[in-house]
Design a protein around this ligand. Structure first.
Ligand code: ADP
Ligand code: MG
Length: 494
């Protein structure tokens, strides 16, 4: 479907005084290329360091210095393009985008304009309610980052830090295909996930490795697109959602008051929760783009593109589909597991040769739940995949109940050890001996004749009996056997 035609779900419509409205969003995401060196110099692209530690003569724009393309950065852009199922352009061109800024010593930014390295592609975005939305990619181009002006170091001077100057950025421009703040948030999350899988951007928004310019307009559902405003440099997914919601309401307010939207660039003030005008279209820069005479057009050998393609890892969508079909998981569980490569690999190590659903249950609910609670990552998990696998085995073959397994998990987490050994040494083996269970049931029935009477009229009381038997057997009785024996002795048939 042509992107403009998709109408938002009714639940995402925004109620105004004159009726319903739809929000239209398109994003320009700047993603810093994961690379040791900068785009046109050998200086380090590492985050941090003392101001101006990572600056070569090229980055400082000393006279006579010439840019030399970093081929690794180009490969990273191609890799990202392939991960976005996009057209790779065998010929692309670097242009000069001219503007003055104290932290841009060249007086221009080297970017790509009419002929970007990557053309149209698409990203499949899964939403929390299970809905799937496809977001079109318009283009991906390579460009240099600027430096940073520091205004808080001296009472009457500003300083310039050029560490970031010249770092490679990929600008990924989406089509105006998103219809709610949630869709935009899910899109950026997916983009970050794909780039992390590819190893082309670390997606660290706090360190500025990923930031978004958010284009927002509103229209009557299904109507013609309205004029958009662009909210610059949003550096968190949460703020992006807030900015979109504020901006859509602001525009609706103006339109319903009979006004019109000025195409302008705005800033999001997270403290005040509002967007503010930076500059209008009339004040917009004329960048006077022209091909950079210091750089030849970028020509990619089709063989190189094919090699990069062959080296791509299994991407999140494919991995998720495989987890659903190979392990019988729900789409939801599969998407939780593939959120990061490391969590997916952990799950696969647990599930290999075991019951997929049971393994997923233990990995997601017990392990990830606990890791989240303690702020730990999968990589630093105190319980290894082998240990969790051993625990799953003991549950699957009936040695321990799910309840005892939680206790064993606790021991693995805090003390470590081997699950089968822990169970054997601490006498945690499940009681499946029906004689022992029956004896416990008899004793509880004898001690509670009133409850035995009551349960006939109120079968929900059965739960109380189950609890008592479990207590009497130290939680080790096989729950199915307990239920069967209780039902039989208490003469409950339903
Ligand atoms: P420009 O070159 O002026 O930045 P682009 O065509 O490159 O304009 O669009 C920039 C971004 O704005 C793209 O991500 C696009 O999806 C988005 N966009 C375009 N039109 C609209 C609109 N009416 N509402 C919301 N976003 C839009
Ligand atoms: Mg643009």
């Amino acid at each position: 479907m042509e992107s403009a035609k998709r109408v938002a779900d009714k639940k995402d419509w925004i109620k105004g005084a004159t009726g319903d409205w739809e929000v239209i969003i398109g994003l320009e995401v700047h993603a810093q290329v994961l690379s040791k060196a900068k785009l046109f110099s050998g200086a380090s692209a590492e985050f941090g360091g003392e101001p101006n530690d990572h600056v070569s003569f090229v980055d400082a724009a000393m006279p006579g210095m010439l840019p030399v393309i970093n081929e690794f950065c180009v490969d990273q852009a191609v890799r990202t393009g392939l991960g976005l199922k996009a057209q790779i352009n065998e010929v692309s061109v670097f242009d000069r985008k001219n503007y003055f800024y104290p932290d841009l010593p060249q007086g221009y930014q080297i970017s790509q304009y009419k002929q970007p390295v990557v053309g149209e592609g698409k990203v499949t975005v899964d939403l929390d309610d299970g809905k799937v939305v496809e977001v079109g990619i318009e283009r991906l181009h390579l460009e240099q980052d600027a430096g940073k002006s520091l205004h808080d170091q001296h009472p009457n001077m500003s300083f310039v830090d050029l560490n970031r100057s010249g770092c490679a950025l990929m600008e990924i421009v989406s089509k105006p295909d998103m219809r709610s703040a949630d869709e935009a948030k899910a899109y950026v999350t997916k983009l970050r996930q794909i780039m992390r899988y590819l190893g082309t951007c670390d997606g660290n928004m706090e360190q500025g490795s990923m930031r978004a310019d958010v284009n927002v307009s509103v229209r009557k559902p299904g109507g013609a697109f309205g004029t958009r405003c662009e909210i610059k440099n949003v550096n968190s997914i949460r703020f992006m959602g807030q900015a979109i919601e504020f901006e859509a309401r602001r525009q609706i307010g103006i339109l319903e008051d009979g006004g019109s939207i000025d195409q302008e660039t705005r800033l999001y003030d997270a403290k005040k929760g509002e967007t503010r005008s930076m500059r209008s279209k009339e004040e917009a820069h004329d960048y006077r783009y022209f091909p950079d005479p210091d750089l030849l057009p970028l020509k990619l050998d089709p063989k190189r593109i094919a090699e990069i393609k062959a080296s791509l890892p299994e991407l999140p969508d494919e991995k998720k589909a495989r987890f659903v079909s190979a392990f019988g998981l729900s789409a939801y569980d599969a998407s939780v597991l593939v959120a990061e490569q490391s969590s997916a690999a952990f799950f696969e190590a647990v599930a290999k040769g075991r019951d997929g659903k049971l393994s997923a249950n233990w990995v997601i609910n017990e392990l990830f739940g606990r890791l989240n609670k303690e702020g730990k990552s999968v990589e630093s998990s105190p319980v290894s995949a082998a240990q969790l696998g051993g625990l799953v085995d003991l549950i699957a073959n009936g040695t321990i109940s799910g309840k005892i397994a939680k206790d064993v998990f606790e021991i693995l987490w805090s003390e470590g050890g081997e699950p089968a050994k822990i169970v054997a040494e601490r006498g945690l083996v499940q009681v499946t001996d029906t004689g022992a269970i029956a004896k416990a049931v008899d004793e509880i029935m004898a001690a509670n004749p009133d409850k035995v009477e009551a349960v006939k009229a109120k079968p929900t009381l059965l739960g109380w009996f189950v609890g008592q038997v479990m207590k009497a057997t130290g939680g080790k009785a096989n729950p199915q056997a307990v239920n069967d024996i209780l039902r039989q002795k208490l003469e409950i048939n339903q």
